[in-house]
Design a protein around this ligand. Structure first.
Ligand SMILES: [Zn+2]
Ligand SMILES: [Zn+2]
Length: 141
């Protein structure tokens, strides 16, 4: 287990995530929501227990945006109200104790993590090369 620090673009919010060895990598998500929220082709994520994330600065500066996924259940996105960096998402389908952390905002994570899997490959753009095992939607559970 190692600790990774992150911060939003403007620096109003900071956090620390404790990640097990098998969580020290990026899951690339190519879904259309990730495209809209990031303005890019995919996002970098990891699924972790909520207790593994500690907001160390500016928790009250985090805003919450909720949308409803294909399951009909809410997905709550927590972002810096000043600069709009998305820190983490909470998907109700995953239960109350699990979150999706943006590994692309971890200072050491973005530099050192490797891609471990690609999800929602069905929405991947044709010019994107495969960099890890790709699943059409989610890996079979
Ligand atoms: Zn910010
Ligand atoms: Zn996505």
């Amino acid at each position: 287990m190692s600790s990774y620090k992150g911060h939003c673009h403007c620096g109003n919010t900071e956090w620390e995530a404790k990640l097990e060895a098998d969580q020290q990598g990026h899951i690339l998500c190519h879904c259309d929501t990730c495209k809209s929220l990031s303005g890019s082709t995919f996002t970098l994520n990891q699924i972790i227990p909520k207790a593994a994330l500690n907001i160390t600065k500016g928790e009250s500066d985090l805003g919450k945006y909720t949308y409803y996924g294909e399951s009909g259940k809410g997905v709550h996105c927590y972002f810096c109200k000043n600069c709009t960096s998305h820190v983490y998402h909470h998907q109700e389908v995953m239960g109350p104790d699990t979150i999706v952390l943006r590994t692309g905002l971890l200072t050491e994570g973005i530099k050192n993590f490797e891609p471990k899997a690609e999800i929602f490959g069905k929405a991947k753009l044709p010019w994107e090369k495969e960099v890890a095992t790709t699943f059409e939607t989610l890996p079979p559970s």
